[in-house]
Design a binder for this molecule. Structure first.
Ligand code: FAD
Ligand code: NAI
Length: 328
């Protein structure tokens, strides 16, 4: 068996890269700092069901990604979400239907990463702090001081601010990653015992603290009760309230939601708040991926492309393409 390739991060970019490398007959090993896979496509499980606190849905505009999404659909990993869409501007709520096809993981967003990762060897709860090269091979060090390796190549598939340190062995790549700014997003989940009296399933919000609101049960495969909602704060609000306690964030966004939705919104029976420190790159890039093929060190992620699920998938494909073509 050949020396494996290490992939740091099990978000969509790392999973996409790993799939393509395995299909090419290469051996991969994943390292993931969280307890589960999916990164920003993770779902929060609770007694009241699971909620997609990160990515809400995704679109497929690139033909290659659209083809793959159809395969996922055939396997039952994703379903089409056709919400009753609204928009709100300056406090004015109005229906905003469109023709866009939107996809979600079924029965939760994290179903996709679960399926893509399958049985591939993964070290969870393992935060990599250093990537270094010996005479011939790469090694990783984790936050507990444990060494992992040897590896023929390393793919860093984390958000840019976390990638720059891990790319220190290739200063040019590290400095490109260090130059990418990413915005935070506060995300709040609320569950109500009795369904809210509204037609709204999803709403794009402009002005104020909120940016997006979604009704969980309108997505395919979700439990109908309780009536759970996900609220996302705008980047500006999230940045200004980065260190606010979770309870205060929940209260503030619950209040904004009650004003926006135009029906009675009681106290929730369950609530959760999650802070995404590196939610989205401030701008799109067209790098596809970064890499030093001679060294064998690479980076991918949504920040190398569009800051969306599709961009992350495309970036993972690009990193795999570069590795495979360097081997030929
Ligand atoms: P990530 O998903 O961030 O994966 C990186 C992984 O690396 C994570 O699992 C992380 O734990 C791990 N990691 C980081 N550092 C280390 C380390 N040192 N050692 C080990 N592991 C490490 N996109 C859409 O298309 N549609 C949407 O509606 C949408 N909504 C969003 C809403 C929110 C609130 C957020 C946060 C994102 C949203 N996005 C949306 C963006 C989408 O989620 C991302 O573009 C995509 O999931 C990024 O995938 P990735 O693999 O590049 O990064
Ligand atoms: P999309 O085409 O549905 O949305 C793109 C943007 O177009 C929306 O943000 C919204 O402003 C506008 N829009 C689309 N349909 C609309 C409608 N019916 N009425 C009013 N406005 C509408 O999906 P795409 O391009 O795949 O984007 C993904 C979504 O993910 C976006 O909404 C984006 O803001 C969100 N996102 C959020 C992040 C976060 O951290 N909060 C991170 C990355 C993406």
């Amino acid at each position: 068996m050949s020396t494996p390739i290490a992939i740091i991060g099990t978000g969509m970019a790392g999973l996409s890269a790993g799939q393509a490398l395995v299909e090419a007959g290469l051996d991969v090993r994943y390292f993931e700092k969280s307890r589960g896979s999916g990164g920003r496509m993770a779902s929060k499980r609770s007694d009241t069901g699971s909620l997609d606190l990160g990515a809400q849905y995704f679109t497929a505009r690139d033909r290659r990604f659209a083809d793959v999404v159809q395969q996922w659909r055939a396997r039952g990993w994703v379903g089409e979400w056709a919400p009753s869409l609204y928009q709100a501007s300056e406090g004015q709520l109005s229906p905003s239907p469109d023709e866009q096809v939107r996809w979600v993981g079924v029965p939760r967003m994290s179903a996709i990463s679960r399926a893509l990762l399958g049985a591939l060897p993964t070290e969870f709860s393992c935060r990599i702090t250093e990537v270094f090269r010996g005479d011939q091979y790469w090694h990783l060090q984790d936050a507990e001081g444990k060494n992992h390796g040897p590896f023929s190549r390393v793919v860093v598939a984390t958000p840019a601010p976390q990638a720059s340190n891990l790319l220190a062995a290739a200063p040019k790549l590290a400095s490109v990653a260090a130059g990418v700014a990413m915005e935070p997003t506060w995300s709040v989940g609320l569950s109500f015992e009795r369904p809210l009296d509204t037609e709204l399933d999803g709403c794009f919000v402009q002005g104020g603290a909120l940016d997006w609101v979604a009704r969980n049960r309108s997505k395919p495969g979700r439990e109908p009760v309780p009536d759970s909602w996900v609220l996302h704060a705008s980047s500006d609000w999230s940045r200004h309230n980065l260190d606010l306690p979770r309870e205060a964030v929940t209260e503030a966004l619950h209040g904004e939601f009650a004003e926006l939705v135009g029906c009675a919104v009681p106290a929730p029976s369950f609530s959760v708040a999650h802070r995404w420190l590196y939610a989205k790159p401030t701008s799109s890039h067209q790098w596809g991926a970064l890499g030093d093929a001679d060294l064998g060190l690479y980076a991918c992620g949504d920040w190398c492309s569009s800051g969306r699920v599709e961009g992350a998938w495309l970036s993972g494909q690009e990193v795999a393409r570069r590795i495979i073509s360097h081997l030929q």
